[in-house]
Design a protein around this ligand. Sequence first.
Ligand code: IDP
Length: 152
Amino acid sequence: METTERTLFLIKPDAMQRGLAGEIIARLERRGLKIVGMKLLRVTRELAERHYAEHVGKPFFPGLVEFITSAPVIAIAWEGQDAIKVVRATIGATNPVEAASGTVRADFGLDKGRNLVHASDGPESATRELALFFAPDELLSWDRDVDRWVAE
Ligand code: IDP
């Protein structure tokens, strides 16, 4: 059964440096997803370590923290039917080399450590990550007239 979900999405420093933010946001908007939270921020070392807690100790972890703190990111809370899966499918596999053609990571990237975007991978991580990046009053519930043309 379909459910309306929210998911945490990040436009990472490489996409910001390369001027790809608008293009990436447009792809997700065109799928029918709705922005319910959005901010530009510089990720601190502390936030990076909490967000990527499951990767602490891995060989790529120090480089990942350096990278994610190296320039501002745009954090977006997307809402929509099956939003968690839909956003993951739209961005593609972690390694752009393996990502399906037509996904954000395949169309704009070629390296695992410069894969442009982050998206929550399940309901529990979505709840946890949304709370890391947004205060409750920064997430807005709103109706769009087009919603009935996006999903039954
Ligand atoms: P995900 O971003 O697709 O959920 P995860 O496995 O959770 O992928 O890894 C988090 C992030 O850590 C990746 O998006 C990528 O930026 C980075 N990363 C993962 N594995 C590697 C690696 O082997 N080398 C460099 N960076 C990596």
